[in-house]
Ligand binder design. Structure first.
Ligand SMILES: Cc1cc2nc3c(=O)[nH]c(=O)nc-3n(C[C@H](O)[C@H](O)[C@H](O)COP(=O)(O)OP(=O)(O)OC[C@H]3O[C@@H](n4cnc5c(N)ncnc54)[C@H](O)[C@@H]3O)c2cc1C
Length: 376
């Protein structure tokens, strides 16, 4: 078997692996990425493509999200990848949603969120998609962006190779990782640093360390409409009251508890399946809709009732010219119940970075920069 060498071997070409490859290559290191499939097939191509700082709690996580956003912009500029810099709207149709939105708009700017409360006429002038019926206003934030995950994940490897000489080896699983060494079916690698970004695969590499870290899997159901008519734009990405109870950023609001209690008492299906409804738009004009959260062992079969609940809520909150669903799929990510990510050093020269939960697109580049700086 042949033995090759690189300064850094990254395992996994999901967005977390690519962000680490970028951070290491920018430092002038010689980087190889090993990916077991013929391209990224995990959470990174199945998501909304939302870079969503407003979901991160104030402090280090928000700072990491904002730094990550800056690096995304640097990368998007270099690659000329299409993206929307439209911000986001959390639409409020209930008094308790309005109370949380207004409170966040009041407290948020002092904590680093670029947001404000917007009355209903302002919202509908910004968004053709927001349903005006019963709309009380929205929390508007300017920092959210959308990339098309399928396009980005297909194009970023070529960019990293052309611009920074990153060597991608697809269809090459890392079978074993040890200090300074990676075994694959196509030969071995020696490396000064190995960064394992294997997403929700918690069994193949360092299973004990990952189990001890307390990671869990979460399955999400998603949908996409057919292409909307030419020229129709979603504008800001949309979320609603259900989303306010989902992201930890909203914990700063004393009004959140009342909203939570109402949802728990009155929206059983939404609570049971962890549903909150978000909407983004692809560059081809389709609208991406999700999602649900089922924790634990992954049911390979999707549940039509979850899609129905998502669509019922969506129809009360948003309107598109074309509502017909063209695609349905699910994605799975690894998450930590309390921490925004998990970074472990199981042995010298090896870092495991995973567990970014529903914020991998949002945190990836900031986190990767920090990992590479910490490698010395
Ligand atoms: C439906 C859905 C919607 C989401 N929406 C958003 C969003 O809008 N915004 C946001 O910020 N986040 C979102 N997320 C979260 C985000 O997608 C994930 O946090 C992120 O993609 C995780 O990236 P990753 O690189 O860790 O994992 P993955 O994308 O799963 O990549 C891991 C890669 O490692 C490879 N691999 C595993 N083991 C090996 C091995 N031994 N050898 C070689 N290769 C290996 C796999 O084949 C895979 O390609 C969403 C997630 C889902 C599922």
């Amino acid at each position: 078997m042949n033995l090759e060498h690189a300064d850094v071997v990254v395992v996994g070409s999901g967005i977390v692996g690519l962000a680490h490859a970028y951070a290491a290559a920018r430092k002038g290191l010689d980087v190889v990425v090993l990916e077991r499939s013929h391209g990224a097939r995990g959470a990174s191509i199945r998501n909304f493509g939302l870079i969503w700082p407003i979901g991160q709690p104030p402090g280090p996580a928000l700072e990491m999200a904002l730094r990550s956003r800056e690096i995304w912009l640097e990368v998007l500029e270099q690659t000329a990848l299409p993206h929307w810099r439209t911000g986001s709207l959390h639409l409020a149709y209930r008094a308790d949603e309005e109370a949380v939105g207004r409170e966040f708009a009041d407290l948020g700017p002092k904590l680093g969120y670029a947001c404000q409360w917007m009355e209903a006429p302002g919202v509908t002038s910004l968004s053709d998609a927001a349903n005006p019926e019963g709309l009380r206003g929205a929390l508007y934030s300017t920092t959210e962006m959308t990339v098309d995950p399928r396009v980005a994940m297909a194009k970023l490897p070529a960019f990293l190779t052309e611009r920074y000489g990153v060597d991608f080896r697809f269809s090459t699983p890392a079978l074993a990782v040890g200090a300074g060494k990676v075994e694959t079916p196509r030969g071995s690698w020696s490396a000064g640093h190995i960064i394992v970004c294997s997403g929700d695969d918690l069994e193949s590499l360092y299973p004990e360390a990952l189990e001890q870290a307390g990671l869990q899997r979460c399955k999400l159901q998603m949908m996409r409409t057919f292409q909307q008519p030419d020229g129709w734009l979603l504008g800001p990405a949309l979320a609603g009251g259900l989303t306010m109870r989902y992201y930890p950023s909203f914990e700063i609001c004393s009004n959140l508890e009342a909203l939570r209690q109402r949802i728990t008492a009155q929206m059983r299906g939404y609570e049971r399946w962890g549903i909150h409804v978000m909407v983004s738009q692809t560059m081809q004009g389709e609208v991406t809709i999700g999602d649900s959260h089922e924790y634990g062992p992954v049911d390979v079969f999707d549940k039509p009732e979850i899609d129905e609940l998502i669509l019922d809520y969506l129809h009360a909150m948003a309107r598109f010219p074309i509502l017909e669903i063209a695609q349905r799929w699910h994605g799975v990510y690894a998450r930590h119940p309390e921490d925004p990510y998990v970074r472990l050093r199981p042995e010298a020269g090896v870092e495991i970075v995973t567990g970014l939960g529903g914020a991998g697109m949002t945190l990836c580049f900031g986190l990767a920069e920090e990992t590479v700086e910490g490698m010395g």
